[in-house]
Ligand binder design. Structure first.
Ligand code: ATP
Ligand code: MG
Length: 738
C-alpha cells in the first residue's frame, strides 16, 4: 500500500472523518466556506476505493466545473498512489452527454449526435417559427428561447407541459413551438445544451430497465456545490440515487446555502431542503472549522452574510493554527485608474518580496472590469490569466468593435472591413462577398472601395445594396465627424448607427448583457487616449505583449467563476453601489437579488487565505464620462473590528464632493471638465485636461512602457529613457509624472 493509504484519514478533523467514514446511506454535508467540504468529498471518494467498497467505475462524482473535476481526479490519484481511471467524474453536462451517447436511440437520436452552439440553436428556432408563420418582429425568437430553456431547466419535455402551463408567447403557442423545435433537433440528429440533462432524465423516467442498470452500476454518488443545482439536475440525482433498498442509497451532497449564486441560471436553494424529505433518515453533518482563512477574513465574511435573512444558519470558526493574520483592508481611491494602479502596485511589491503570482487573484463583479487591471498588469510586465473567459481584447464583441474602429482609422484595412461588412447581418451572401473580393483584386483597390463600386454597379439585390450603402455612407460621415466631435463620440455613434450595439441588445442570450458592458468599457478605454490612432496602436501593443506560457500568473476572473477556489491574496475591486451590488439586482423588487449579491460578496471574501483587499473608487469613467460613485453598502456591513480602512480621509473628501456634482472643478486633485453630448445610447464627455509640459529630467510613468526619465521634450513628444523598455519617443499625453 502507498504511504498515503494509511494517513489520508489522519488529515481530517473528527467531523470530517465522520463524513468520510459514513459511507452507507444518504448524507448531506452542510457547511460554510473553507470548512473542507471538497476535501471531504475527495477523501470519501478515495476511501470508497481504498476500502474496496466499489470499483472506480461504480462511483459517480459531480463537480461544478471541468477544472474542479480535474483537480478531484488528481487528488484521488494521489491518495490511491496510482492514476484513477474509468471514473464517472465531471460536470452535470459532461456526465449527461456521456450517458446520452449510450442511449441516444431511446429519444430518437443516434449516438453521434452533435451538440449545437447558441448560434445554431437560434437559427433552428427561427426556422421553426417561420414554418409556423409567427411574426418574429412581434414575437422575438429570443423570448421563446428563454421560455424553452426555463422548461428544460425544470425537466419539462413538451409532453409534460399542460396547456395551463403554456407561456403567453405568441398567444399561447410556446408549447407547440417547443415541440416543433425538439422535433427539428431530432431530424438533424442534434441536441442543444439543455437537452443533455433533459433527455437523460426523460430516459431514466421512462425506461425502468435503464434506470435499474444505473442503480446496479453506481453504488456511490458524490456531489460538490450542491446548493447550485437546478431542478432538472436534482431530478437526475434523485432518480439515480433512489435505489430500491433505502439503506443503499449512498448519495453524499456537500454544499453551503450561503454560497448559492446561480439562481439566475435556475438553481434552486430549495433542493437542500428537499434532500431530507426525499431521503428520509439522511445523516446531516455540519463542519464548523474553517481551515482556509485567517480570523479577520472569516470575521468580515461572517459579519457580512449575517445580514441575509432566511439562512439555514451555520457556525464558522477559525481552524487554522496561524489564524490571527492581518485585517481585511478596505482601500478608498480617487478614481478607477488609481484603483488599477493600487492593485498593480501591490502585486508588483508582492512579486518583489518573492510571493508566488499563482497565489494572487483579482475577482470582479462583471467581466468588463478585467480590462483596467489587464492593462495595468501588462504595463508592469506581470503575467496573468483570465479564468473562465477570454482576455478583454480577445472577446468577440471587442474584436468586432475594434474592426469598426480600424476601418474608421484606415479605410484600406481589408481584414477589418471583411470582419464587419456583414456583422450585423446585412444580407450579403457568399457570392456577393466573393464578387467584392474579385473586384478589389482586379482593380487593385481596397475592399471598401470595391464595395462602394458594387453598390454603384447595381450588382446586388436591393436590400443588401441599401444596407451596404448605409454602412459606407456611415463611414464617410463618421470619419468626417472625427475632427469635429472627437474620436470618443464618433466611436460611440458608430457602434450605435452601424447597428452593432443593437445586434447585442436584441440578443437575449445570457451573455449579451456582458457583451454590452464590454462595449461600454471599450469606449471608456478609448477615452483614456488622445487619438483613435493612439488607442489602436496601444491595443496592438497590448495584444502583442502577450507573454509565453508561464506557470506563475495572477488570476483574473469574475466572482462567479471563483467558486470553490482559494488564493493567499485576493483583491476585490469595484465595491460601489450599482456595480456591486449590481444595478440589475437593485432594480429587482424585494431583497432576493440583493441577498444573492451579498452571497457573492461572501464567496469573494472567503476565497482569501491570508490577505483580502477590498477597494472602491469615488469616480468611475462611465462610457467616456466621469461619474461619481457611492461606496457599496456591503462596506458598511463589514464588522469594523476586522477591517482596516486605507485612504479614508481621501474617500471622505470624495464622498463630500460626489454629491451633487463631482465635476464642479473646485477641488484640487484633478481638473475634470464635463461636457455631456448625447450620442445615441452613449454619454460622452471631453477628456479631462492632461499634464502641462513635462520638463527634461522628470521621472514619468507611461501607460505602456512603465517608469522612465525624460531626456528631451519637443512639442507634444518626449524622448524617454525607460527603466525596462529602453529609449522611446512617446506622446506626452500617454505619460504622467511619477
Ligand atoms: P468552499 O465552500 O469554498 O468550496 P470547502 O468547504 O470545499 O470550501 P475545501 O476547499 O475543501 O473547503 O478546504 C479549504 C482549505 O482547507 C483547503 O486548503 C483544504 O486543503 C484545507 N483543509 C480542509 N480540511 C482540513 C483539515 N482538517 N486540516 C487542515 N487543512 C484542511
Ligand atoms: Mg469546495
Amino acid at each position: 500500500m502507498p504511504a498515503s493509504a494509511t494517513d489520508y484519514l489522519a488529515r481530517l478533523n473528527p467531523e470530517q472523518r465522520a463524513a468520510v467514514e459514513t459511507v452507507d446511506g444518504p448524507l448531506l454535508v452542510l457547511a460554510g466556506a473553507g470548512t473542507g467540504k471538497t476535501r471531504v468529498l475527495t477523501t470519501r471518494f478515495a476511501h470508497i476505493l481504498m476500502t474496496r467498497r466499489a470499483f472506480p467505475s461504480q462511483v459517480l462524482a459531480v463537480t461544478f466545473t471541468n477544472k474542479a473535476a480535474r483537480e478531484m481526479r488528481e487528488r484521488v490519484s494521489a491518495i490511491l498512489g496510482q492514476p484513477a481511471e474509468g471514473l464517472w467524474l465531471g460536470t452535470f453536462h459532461a456526465l449527461c452527454a456521456r450517458m446520452l451517447r449510450r442511449h441516444a436511440e431511446l429519444v430518437g437520436l443516434s449516438s453521434n449526435f452533435t451538440i449545437l452552439d447558441t448560434d445554431d440553436q437560434m437559427r433552428l428556432l427561427k426556422q421553426v417559427m417561420e414554418a409556423a408563420g409567427i411574426d418574429q418582429k412581434r414575437w422575438p425568437p429570443q423570448g421563446l428561447m428563454t421560455v424553452i430553456q426555463r422548461w428544460k431547466d425544470r425537466g419539462c419535455t413538451p409532453a409534460r407541459i399542460t396547456p395551463a402551463e403554456d407561456s403567453d408567447f405568441a398567444n399561447n403557442r410556446a408549447r407547440s413551438l417547443y415541440a416543433a423545435y425538439q422535433e427539428r433537433l431530432k431530424q438533424v440528429n442534434a441536441t442543444d445544451f439543455g437537452d443533455l440533462m433533459l433527455h437523460v432524465v426523460e430516459i431514466l423516467r421512462e425506461h425502468p430497465d435503464v434506470l435499474a442498470d444505473y442503480h446496479r452500476r453506481f453504488r456511490y454518488i458524490l456531489v460538490d456545490e450542491y446548493q447550485d443545482t437546478n431542478l432538472v439536475q436534482y431530478l437526475w440525482l434523485r432518480l439515480l440515487a433512489q435505489r430500491e433498498d433505502p439503506a443503499s442509497r449512498n448519495i453524499c451532497c456537500v454544499g453551503d446555502d450561503d454560497q448559492s449564486i446561480y439562481s439566475w441560471r435556475g438553481a434552486e436553494i430549495e433542493n437542500i431542503l428537499r434532500f431530507e424529505k426525499d431521503f428520509p433518515g439522511a445523516t446531516i453533518v455540519r463542519l464548523e472549522s474553517n481551515y482556509r482563512s485567517t480570523t479577520p477574513i472569516l470575521g468580515a465574511a461572517s459579519g457580512l452574510i449575517a445580514r441575509n435573512s432566511g439562512r439555514l444558519g451555520k457556525t464558522l470558526r477559525p481552524g487554522r493554527e496561524d489564524a490571527r493574520g492581518e485585517k481585511v483592508r478596505v482601500v478608498s481611491l480617487w478614481d478607477s485608474e488609481e484603483e488599477a494602479r493600487m492593485v498593480g502596485g501591490r502585486i508588483e511589491a508582492a512579486r518583489r518580496d518573492g510571493h508566488n503570482l499563482a497565489e494572487i487573484a483579482i475577482l470582479v463583479r462583471t467581466g468588463s472590469q478585467t480590462r483596467a487591471f489587464e492593462e495595468r498588469l501588462i504595463t508592469l510586465g506581470i503575467p496573468y490569466r483570465v479564468v473562465g473567459g477570454l482576455k478583454f481584447y480577445e472577446r468577440a464583441e471587442i474584436r468586432d468593435a475594434m474592426a469598426y474602429l480600424r476601418v474608421l482609422n484606415q479605410p484600406a484595412d481589408d481584414l477589418a472591413f471583411e470582419r464587419i461588412v456583414n456583422t450585423p447581418k446585412r444580407g450579403l451572401g457568399d457570392t456577393a462577398l466573393r464578387a467584392m473580393h474579385q473586384l478589389a483584386r482586379a482593380e487593385g483597390v481596397p475592399l471598401l472601395v470595391a464595395a462602394d463600386r458594387m453598390t454603384a454597379l447595381g450588382a446586388l439585390r436591393p436590400k443588401p445594396r441599401q444596407a451596404l450603402r448605409e454602412l459606407l455612407e456611415g463611414f464617410a460621415r463618421w470619419r468626417e465627424g472625427l475632427e469635429r466631435e472627437g474620436h470618443v463620440v464618433v466611436a460611440a455613434t458608430l457602434l450605435d448607427e452601424s447597428g452593432y450595439t443593437e445586434m447585442w441588445r436584441q440578443d437575449k442570450s445570457p451573455e449579451a448583457p456582458g457583451r454590452l458592458e464590454n462595449l461600454k468599457e471599450l469606449i471608456r478605454a478609448l477615452g483614456e487616449f488622445e487619438t483613435l490612432a493612439g488607442f489602436l496602436e496601444h491595443v496592438s501593443l497590448v495584444m502583442e505583449s502577450d507573454q509565453a506560457p508561464e506557470a506563475e500568473r495572477v488570476s483574473l476572473m469574475t466572482l462567479h467563476a471563483a467558486k470553490g477556489l482559494e488564493f493567499d491574496t485576493v483583491f476585490l475591486p469595484g465595491w460601489e453601489e450599482g456595480l456591486f451590488p449590481h444595478q440589475r439586482s437593485l432594480d429587482e423588487s424585494g431583497d432576493k437579488g440583493l441577498e444573492e449579491e451579498r452571497r457573492l460578496a461572501y464567496v469573494g471574501i472567503t476565497r482569501a487565505r491570508k490577505c483580502c483587499v477590498i477597494s472602491h473608487a469615488a469616480n468611475r469613467r462611465l462610457y467616456a464620462n466621469w461619474s461619481s460613485a457611492i461606496p457599496s453598502r456591503f462596506l458598511d456591513e463589514l464588522p469594523p473590528e476586522h477591517v482596516e480602512q486605507e485612504g479614508g480621509a481621501r474617500a471622505e473628501r470624495a464622498r463630500m464632493v460626489s454629491a451633487p456634482s463631482v465635476f464642479s472643478g473646485q477641488f484640487p486633485l484633478v481638473a475634470r471638465k464635463p461636457r455631456i453630448i448625447e450620442a445615441g445610447a452613449w454619454e460622452v464627455a471631453e477628456r479631462p485636461a492632461k499634464n502641462a509640459a513635462i520638463p527634461p529630467g522628470s521621472r514619468v510613468f507611461h501607460t505602456k512602457f512603465g517608469y522612465g526619465r525624460v531626456v528631451s521634450a519637443e512639442d507634444n513628444k518626449l524622448d524617454v529613457e525607460f527603466d525596462k523598455a529602453g529609449r522611446k519617443r512617446v506622446l506626452d499625453s500617454f505619460v504622467e509624472k511619477a
